[in-house]
Design a protein around this ligand. Structure first.
Ligand SMILES: Cc1cc2nc3c(=O)[nH]c(=O)nc-3n(C[C@H](O)[C@H](O)[C@H](O)COP(=O)(O)OP(=O)(O)OC[C@H]3O[C@@H](n4cnc5c(N)ncnc54)[C@H](O)[C@@H]3O)c2cc1C
Length: 495
């Protein structure tokens, strides 16, 4: 019997995951990717001979005993033999000369928080208890929630029972509100620094449960190698990966997706289409605004309560041995502005732990969250002005890094800066967003289905389906997309 054809738009983590599972479930899969390499935002590149990891601060799912590992392994991202650099601490903060470590290990974390906030035992205990409750978090990876039966819900519900009440409580409390309950100013500052203040506490507890269970780390070789391994796996299971090829339209006939039109106007027909790219681009450009999906529409139109995640990423080549410098540390600086965002701290990442990335030197990157305004500001600049602005930011940060880490001109060099325009150019990301919506305390429904009312044989995968996005979301929404098309064919999903 001839195989059914599935087209996937985008070879990011979600697209490739969907591709592997769909191919294994009997589809003839082609992925179209606009870039010359697969991986999307999970990537890396070279500048001035230095390798820049453009993504991973950590990947959740590296603990073989926990839920996500088997899926990462299945798609070839990493396995038990891959060297993983675990994240021993969430971050270090230099607060007026006092170094506070936000440890991953809960005993160490409690000790550290009590050291700086001895009078805040109650709130510290509440926080640690919250993390422990969140260790029961169970992501609906097996199948999408809307197709679960009573038994599936019962299983997940029972596993997640301990975190149900904490979830209901902490999803509506911001990190800032929680921090302000502390008596110790140092502890309050530490909590405020732990995550952007408008994020809800739920997001912090979710991250901390992963760190505390040794489930977050960086596979050796970094982001690009993770992506290349997944692409290799996709090809090994028989998938067809077409690079340097943009999709410009999804073909719709009789309320059904029936294929795509490529940028060279070629029409490619298919039985199913999975869009694994930026959701705004999918709805606005590829579907020509014919469909309104409330989940996204409401968020795109209420960006004050559903802000986008915009950033700049500055990269530096360091020729001195900096293995004695922490992998991450945040310190205060004399404020400067990027657009309307006042930048008063820097949080460099030191990649010297992975010797396979560079030979004889290393890179340091600094990710800075910026406001939504920056997109319009940068769009209005000429190429010359834009490049000048990038130099300005790169050099301000360079001087701070030199001062803080006592590095000379010869030892550290500014080599690259990505901006929202970079993410728009390479990934078609809406307003240059590098993840999806920030999960604030006012956020609405947690997760979308990826389906569009009135459009059959079509599904959306990727980080936008479940804010705030990130690699695990890309992973399991990709798998869900393959699950859906398999079930639409009335076949059992082989995982
Ligand atoms: C600086 C940075 C740091 C990050 N740090 C982390 C981290 O530490 N941990 C973590 O979990 N996550 C992190 N993320 C987020 C993570 O990288 C993303 O959530 C994830 O990679 C998104 O995957 P995706 O498949 O949903 O989308 P994308 O990666 O955006 O993939 C979409 C793909 O579709 C392609 N495409 C777009 N339009 C078209 C078209 N019309 N036709 C064909 N192809 C198209 C794009 O080129 C891209 O390859 C980080 C991201 C960045 C940028």
């Amino acid at each position: 019997m001839e195989k059914k054809k599935a087209i996937i738009i985008g070879a990011g983590i979600s697209g490739m995951t969907a591709g592997i599972y769909a191919q294994e479930n009997g589809f003839d899969v082609t992925i179209y990717e606009k870039h010359s390499i697969p991986g999307g935002q999970c990537t890396g590149w070279k500048r001035d001979g230095a390798f820049i990891d453009g993504c991973l601060h950590w990947i959740v799912g590296v603990n073989p005993k926990l839920q996500l590992f088997p899926i990462w392994k299945h798609i070839g991202a990493f396995d038990e033999n891959t060297k993983i650099y675990l994240t021993d601490y969430f971050n270090k903060y230099d607060i007026d000369g006092e170094i506070v470590t936000f440890y991953s290990d809960l005993k160490l974390l409690k000790q550290e928080l009590l050291r700086i906030g001895p009078d805040d035992k109650k709130i510290i205990n509440e926080f640690i208890r919250g993390i422990k409750h969140y260790q029961h978090v169970t992501i609906p990876v097996e199948k999408p929630m809307d197709v679960m039966n009573l038994w599936d819900y019962t299983k997940i519900g029972l596993r997640m029972l301990p975190m149900l009440l904490p979830y209901l409580k902490y999803t509506h409390i911001t990190v800032k509100e929680f921090a302000e309950k502390c008596k110790s100013k140092l502890l309050e500052k530490t909590f405020k620094k732990a995550l952007f203040e408008d994020y809800n506490l739920h997001s912090l507890l979710y991250i901390m449960q992963a760190l505390s269970q040794n489930d977050a780390g960086i596979p050796e070789g970094g982001s690009l190698n993770v992506s290349l391994r997944i692409a290799k796996r996709f090809k090994n299971v028989g998938g067809n990966l077409v690079l340097n090829t943009s999709v410009k339209r999804i073909l719709v006939e009789d309320n059904k997706a029936v294929g795509v039109i490529l940028d060279n106007d070629e029409i490619v027909k298919a039985d199913y289409v999975i869009s694994a790219i930026d959701v705004h681009y999918t709805l606005d450009k590829l579907l020509d605004n014919q469909f309104k999906v409330d989940f996204y529409h409401n968020r795109f139109n209420k960006r004050d309560t559903n802000p986008l995640s915009l950033c700049v990423l500055a990269s530096y080549k360091v020729t001195k041995d900096i293995s004695n410098i922490p992998r991450m540390i945040e310190f205060d600086i004399e404020p400067f502005y990027i657009g309307k965002a006042k930048i008063s701290v820097l949080n460099p990442r030191n990649y010297s732990f992975d010797k396979t990335l560079n030979d004889g030197f290393t890179t340091m990157t600094v990710l800075i969250r910026v406001g939504d305004d920056l997109y319009d500001t940068y769009k209005s600049l000429s190429r010359e002005e834009y490049l000048k602005e990038k130099e300005r930011i790169g050099n301000i940060i360079l001087n701070h890094l030199k001062n803080y880490f006592k590095l000379t001109d010869d030892e550290i060099k500014f080599i690259d800066l990505t901006t929202p325009l970079t993410y728009e150019r390479y990934c078609n990301s809406y307003r240059g967003s590098y993840q999806s919506f920030v999960t604030t305390s006012n956020h609405e429904k947690l997760m979308d289905t990826g389906l569009i009312d009135g459009l059959k044989n079509f599904v959306i995968a990727g980080q936008w389906v479940m804010p705030p996005g990130g690699l695990p979301i890309a992973l399991f929404t990709g798998r869900h997309a393959a699950y859906r098309i398999t079930r639409w064919e009335k076949k059992k999903f082989k995982a």
